[in-house]
Ligand binder design. Structure first.
Ligand SMILES: [Fe+2]
Length: 467
């Protein structure tokens, strides 16, 4: 496991333990919510000193006994983190970090917090070696053991940019305090690192207490258009497993796999597979397919993994009529770059963005609806989300197809999903007029404490009130 700019292998999964159990995943399409923060989020202090840490975010390198904290400073600095399991300044553990520069000269720092007890809450501060400038106290929950049946949560949204809406979405995610945040590509929309820095400063709202594991979008690739960010700038600001572009990690009993398909969804020579070191990989759809298929096949043999979630920028299924060139075959776009793999390997959820709307499909396989009730019961086909509402929600016309379960594109509201009301929380019903809608999923694993019939179910919950 390494932190940029150190090279070398990053550790992969380790096997062991028992299978499955309970997964609670909050899939959050940004929404307006000002709530009472959990007490553990009432973190004291903040930045102090002349050159304080900024843009602080955690990342998970596929090892629940470690966490990486990354931040930026305005001028050169050393780095150090102090941490422990008690709040208030007694930190029995401390480590220095790696100090490095991004391609355009941002001063970046990363410290690995090690020997963590999985699932335990930790309190920490970061700063220079003497703590003359520092940030703290913040806290987070270490990742659960692999194969654990305990509940965890995640939030996902794509298409961010640097706006007030980005800050609002970041604060809304912080309010639900997820364990993981999955930004779904099109993160920065700028070649200027000043913008990248400012976005990470907005993300700090959740990044200081959640593991931030982004996917790359088309706007994270060089282009003659000036609102694109080079891959190596992105890779400098994140610290992720593998090559940081196409990668996978196991969090509890769930495999998360992110794919960088490159600048164009219909170009079969761009994007990268999951090999190589930071920002590396072999280009092209054939290599990507081979790597993804092998990784999912291995997951199916891993007793630690019950659920498989793919998160990426481009869409396989679009619940609106916008019809960007999809990764899965559809009318006028016969090329299948991944749907055969997703269905063959039993992927449960596919989180997508690119289009700035919110929607969800029923479990669907080559446009055939497999189930359309309130329970996801081993259907052998994924549920697809579009969650492109991180910073700039827009309008679109919803499709009439039977596989459309929920579509919140504001020009035409269609809600064809029913059920699950027993699991809805009151605040989940609060969808704002601009189409921000949260959803929650509860999955029951192969047989666990709540389920003894061996049936894998995923209850999809939706606010079925029209906006
Ligand atoms: Fe995009």
């Amino acid at each position: 496991m390494g932190i940029r700019p150190q090279s070398g292998a990053r550790s992969r999964r380790t096997a062991a333990l028992l299978s499955s159990g309970l997964l609670l995943a909050s899939v959050l399409a940004s929404f307006v919510l000002i709530g009472n923060f959990p007490s553990e989020l009432a973190e004291a202090a903040g930045p102090t000193g002349p050159n304080p840490p900024l843009g602080i975010h955690l990342s998970y390198l596929d090892d629940p006994t470690t966490a990486v904290v990354t931040w930026q400073t305005a001028s050169p600095a050393t780095s150090r983190a102090d941490w422990g399991t008690s709040s208030g300044g007694s930190y029995p553990f401390s480590s220095s970090g790696v100090d490095y520069a991004s391609p355009m000269g941002t001063f970046l720092h990363a410290v690995t917090l090690s020997n963590l007890i999985p699932s335990s809450r930790y309190y920490y501060r970061v700063g220079d070696a003497s703590m003359n400038s520092s940030y703290g106290e913040a806290s987070f929950r270490a990742a659960p053991p692999k194969g654990s049946t305990e509940t965890f949560s995640f939030a996902a949204a794509g298409d961010w940019g640097n706006s007030q809406a980005t800050a609002d979405t970041s604060n809304a995610i912080k309010a639900v305090d997820p364990n993981l945040v999955l930004p779904l590509g099109d993160l920065y929309y700028s070649p200027n690192e000043t913008i990248v820095k400012q976005i990470f400063q907005k993300w700090q709202a959740f990044g200081q207490s959640s593991f931030v594991e982004p996917a790359l979008g088309n706007h994270e690739h060089p282009s003659t258009q000036m609102w694109h960010t080079a891959e190596d700038i992105h890779c400098a600001f994140v610290n992720l497993p593998g090559n940081e572009r196409t990668y996978a990690f196991t969090f509890g009993n769930t495999l998360f796999l992110s794919i960088d398909w490159g600048l164009w969804s219909n170009n079969t020579s761009d994007g990268v597979d999951g090999t190589g070191t930071s920002c590396g990989g072999v280009s092209g759809t054939a290599a990507i397919r081979s790597w993804v298929d092998a990784r999912l096949a291995a997951a199916n043999l891993d007793p630690n993994i019950t659920w498989k979630v793919v998160f990426q920028h481009f869409q396989c299924y679009d619940m609106t009529t916008v019809n960007y060139f999809p990764m899965c075959p559809s009318a006028g776009h016969p090329l299948d770059q991944m749907e055969d793999i997703l269905t063959n390997r039993g992927v449960d959820l596919v989180l997508q963005a690119h289009e700035h709307t919110y929607s969800r499909s029923h479990p669907v396989k080559f446009h055939n609806v497999v189930q359309n009730g309130s329970a996801y019961d081993t259907p052998g086909a994924p549920v697809y989300f579009v969650l492109g509402t991180g910073g700039d929600p827009r309008t679109a016309t919803c499709r009439n197809d039977s596989w459309v379960a929920v579509c919140r594109a504001p020009t035409k509201t269609r809600v064809r999903y029913a059920g699950g009301s027993d699991l809805l929380r009151p605040r989940d019903r609060r969808g704002s007029a601009d189409g921000h809608v949260p959803e929650r999923f509860v999955g029951r694993g192969l047989p666990g404490p709540d389920e003894d019939d061996g049936v894998r179910t995923l209850h999809g919950l939706a606010d079925d009130d029209p906006i």
